[in-house]
Design a protein around this ligand. Structure first.
Ligand code: FES
Length: 320
């Protein structure tokens, strides 16, 4: 998908649900049914700020059966490069936005015999839509939801009311922690585990699952990286024959888009591989921040994921 395929939506409700998280309801401007999606999907929200365009991915948390509106939740990031700041400070009820069609890179497995969902902080959002899919089925599931303190547990009331004993909360400030070994050592055959949250939590779940012999196909994780800031650098786009400057707080992808060149993308978080771009020349170091290329590919230096990666170099020439 490129930035061309978007739906125009209006913000019809905004609610501050924790000290850092706002919950947004987005309705299509033309009131036609929104594109269908399944639990675990995200949309890329296009934010047109005064001097630049931000495109950030957010999980859809509304019921997939409701195509009259989408709901997303946005955490205000202290190190925000502008996207979450824009969502928190610039949007009001009545504001208009563009969103790309939903994409699901974190679906529930269709033949799982049981689902174990593990969320940390804002990582709860993809699970909210998945739970809507799970309610009516016969497949057992459980949700483990860890946050710093009770006031940071977004959607806690909704989860308690709807999930009852199937959800368990863990509060860091009460010294409660998920026992990953206990959780992953005793699950019935055919169970799939899903984790979304801070990188440390995801890494622990993956390591624990590996230790207990879980097949990779039964372990699912969503780890979108925000593009990190860095030094400014120059890139030359060989096919377009233009030079582009990448500013310190801008991603390589954003800089290329701002120059009018389209690059395909789905996640904008270093996961899907859609933005993979051939490196024709580099005089310096590529700074890979994606989760897609293998370590060997990163060493080879022939490809880059411009959504999250950048370069520390004198010159970089890309096949664009
Ligand atoms: S858009 Fe998915 S890896 Fe770059």
């Amino acid at each position: 998908m490129s930035g061309r395929s978007t739906v125009h939506v209006e913000v019809t409700a905004i609610e501050q649900i924790t000290p850092q998280i706002k919950h947004f309801t987005l309705r299509p401007v033309d009131r036609a049914p929104l594109p269908a999606f399944s639990g675990g999907s995200h949309v890329v929200v296009v934010m047109r700020a005064a001097h630049r365009v931000h495109r950030n991915p957010y999980s859809l948390l509304s019921a997939p059966s409701d195509r009259s509106a989408y709901q997303i939740a946005v955490r205000r990031m202290e190190e925000s490069r502008g996207g979450s700041e824009f969502m928190h400070t610039q949007l009001q009820v009545g504001s208009h936005l563009e969103i790309a069609h939903p994409v699901n890179l974190f679906p529930l497995d269709k033949i799982a015999r049981k689902h174990v969902l593990i969320a940390g902080g804002i990582g709860i959002t993809p699970f909210l839509a998945q739970l809507e899919d799970l309610h009516d089925g016969a497949i057992p599931y459980e949700l483990h939801y860890a946050v710093r303190a009770a006031e940071h547990a977004a959607f806690a009331e909704r989860l308690r009311a709807r999930e009852g004993g199937r959800v368990r909360f863990y509060f860091d400030n009460a010294a409660q922690a998920i026992d990953f070994d206990g959780l992953l050592s005793g699950q019935p055959l055919g169970t799939h585990v899903y984790v979304c949250g801070p990188a440390g939590m995801i890494d622990r779940v993956l390591a624990t699952a590996r230790r207990w012999g879980w097949p990779d196909s039964h372990v699912h994780w969503e780890k979108f990286s925000a593009p990190p800031s860095g030094r400014a650098f120059e890139v030359f786009l060989a096919r377009a024959q233009i030079g582009v400057k990448v500013l310190p707080d801008q991603s390589l992808l954003e800089a290329i888009e701002a120059a009018g060149v389209e690059v395909p993308y789905l996640c904008r978080g270093g996961v899907c591989g859609f933005c993979q771009t051939r490196v024709l020349e580099v005089d310096g170091e590529l700074l890979h921040h994606d989760h897609y290329l293998s370590d060997a590919d990163k060493l080879r230096g022939k490809s880059i994921m411009p959504c999250v990666s950048r370069a520390n170099c004198k010159s970089l020439v890309l096949d664009l």
